[in-house]
Each structure stands twice: as structure tokens, then as C-alpha cells.
Design a protein around this ligand. Structure first.
Ligand SMILES: [Zn+2]
Length: 281
């Protein structure tokens, strides 16, 4: 448990069998509110860990007053439907996340079309076509990953005591919640202690490709400028005095960009060519 200035944080840490090490989400107690930041995976392990953490501090599910989501990825929104099926509380997300989580038909069509064109332009051949087919089906059919309740725009409902920071890169909708007094930052998957976080290729609202690696670097720099004391990360350990780690992650992005640039200079002219050269399979 973390306690400072009338604010308490109860982390829910669920071990993962992969390199992410754990799935983390957080209960934040302040005055009469008990807010959940992110909601893990939709698994019994996450569900039981949430209940156990609540019980440890003398709460139950019905004490929860709201849920704020750092981004739309499956491992951060998993329990929203289960929690809402016990009692109704407001759920807040970035407008982009709302489109994804509500499985907006226009958005899905736009995203599939975006990847179809991108893979074609980048010379991805059959592998690209296969991925587009893979994208099309689960996105539409994965009912359990759709959020059934109403989701509200977090810009209209600020999280009390926290500044809302846009930190795109890992996903276009990723946000951080920053408490200035405590110097605490909840930043989803922006920075993970044990592994570098990926910057994924995604379209923006208008179907235009985001420069996600550049965004990721800017987001890391934004967080570095805050002099944060604690980062409550979406995976792995909670990070104390993260400045050196943030600098390391920024350096890794520059190195990655250089590696790609040199590969292009050496004559690999398509994304497919670069990927096969650098990652083999
Ligand atoms: Zn994650």
C-alpha cells in the first residue's frame, strides 16, 4: 500500500507467465472515492486478485466509485464488464478508446482498410493479407472484449487530484494520471521496468498513420520533465525514481531509429524487407 497526502494506492498485481511479469491495476482511495485505474485481463486470476485486494483493506466491489482506463488494450480493460455486472459505476476513457471499446462499426472498417493499404504499400505480400483477414474477424466477433456499458469521455470528467496527460505511442489513446503533490504517475504501458514497451502502428481518428515511435519518445520526455517519484506501471514492478530508466528508454528509441535508418541505407526499401532482415521470420 502507498500512502501520501490523504491519498492511498492499493496495487492489484497479478503474475504473468510471459515477459510482462505481471498485470497491474490500481485502487486509489481519496476521501469518499475508491477509483480503479485500469481493470486487468478478463480472467479469474485478475478477478480474484481484485476481490482479495479489496478485502484486505476492508472494501468490497460495491465500494468502487469509478473506473479510469489508461488505454484500450485487452490487458487493461478485462474486468470492466464483470465489475459493471455487479453494480453500475461510471467508466471513463479517452475518446479514441471509446470507439474501440464500443466496437464502432465505422472505426473498425477504417482500421481494417488502413492496414490493408499499409501492408500493400509496404510490400508485405501474403503475410500482410493474412493479417488483414485475422484483424477483420476477431475485431468484429470478439464480443467479450467489447465494453457493454456506457463509457464517458475522461476529458469531461477529470479524475479528482490528478492531471490528465496524453502520452500516445504505445497506443494512440494512452493517457497518464499525474498527482503533482505526491509526484505519482499512473502511466499504463508507457514505461515498464523489465522490458521496453512497444510503439504500435495504428491509425488516428482520420485513418492517418500515427508516428508512434516519435510519439513514444515525446511521451517519455514529457514524463521525464515531471520529476516523478513513483511510476505505477501497467506491468512489472512499481518504479521508484524512474528518471534513469526513462532516459534509458529514450536512448533505446534513438538507437532503434538509427538501426532502421542504416538498414534503409543498406538498400532494404520496403517495411517487409526491413522486417525480414532484422527479425528473420
Ligand atoms: Zn499492457
Amino acid at each position: 500500500m502507498f500512502k501520501k497526502n490523504n491519498m492511498e494506492v492499493y496495487p492489484v498485481i497479478v503474475p504473468a507467465s510471459n515477459k510482462l511479469k505481471s498485470f497491474n491495476f490500481f485502487l486509489v482511495k481519496h476521501k469518499n472515492s475508491l477509483t480503479l485505474i485500469d481493470a486487468g485481463l478478463n480472467t479469474d486470476d485478475c478477478w480474484n486478485a481484485l476481490q482479495k485486494t479489496l478485502k484486505k483493506y476492508d472494501y468490497t466491489l460495491t465500494d468502487l466509485t469509478g473506473i479510469y482506463l489508461t488505454h484500450h488494450h485487452t490487458d487493461h480493460i478485462g474486468l470492466v464488464n464483470r465489475i459493471l455486472s455487479t453494480h453500475s459505476i461510471p467508466v471513463y476513457a479517452h475518446p479514441y478508446a471509446i470507439l474501440v471499446l464500443k466496437r464502432d462499426t465505422e472505426y473498425i472498417k477504417m482500421r481494417v482498410e488502413f492496414f490493408r493499404k499499409l501492408y500493400q504499400e509496404m510490400g508485405c505480400g501474403e503475410n500482410g493479407e493474412k493479417h488483414v483477414t485475422d484483424l477483420r474477424n476477431p475485431i468484429i466477433l470478439d464480443e467479450d472484449k467489447k465494453i457493454h456499458c456506457e463509457i464517458q469521455d475522461m476529458n469531461d470528467h477529470p479524475f479528482w487530484g490528478f492531471d490528465l496527460l496524453e502520452i500516445p505511442g504505445h497506443s494512440p489513446d494512452q493517457v497518464a494520471f499525474y498527482n503533482k503533490e505526491c509526484k505519482w504517475l499512473f502511466s499504463g504501458d508507457l514505461v515498464i521496468e523489465n522490458i521496453p514497451s512497444n510503439a504500435f502502428v495504428e491509425p488516428d481518428f482520420n485513418g492517418v498513420r500515427t508516428k508512434s515511435l516519435v510519439q513514444q519518445k515525446l511521451s517519455l520526455e514529457k514524463c521525464l520533465s515531471l520529476n516523478v517519484e513513483l511510476i505505477f506501471s501497467g506491468h512489472g514492478n512499481i518504479i521508484e525514481n524512474p528518471a534513469d530508466l526513462l532516459k534509458e528508454r529514450i536512448k533505446e528509441i534513438d538507437e532503434k531509429a538509427n538501426k532502421y535508418q542504416n538498414t534503409i541505407k543498406s538498400g532494404k526499401s520496403t517495411a517487409s524487407g526491413i522486417a525480414q532482415f532484422l527479425y528473420k521470420e
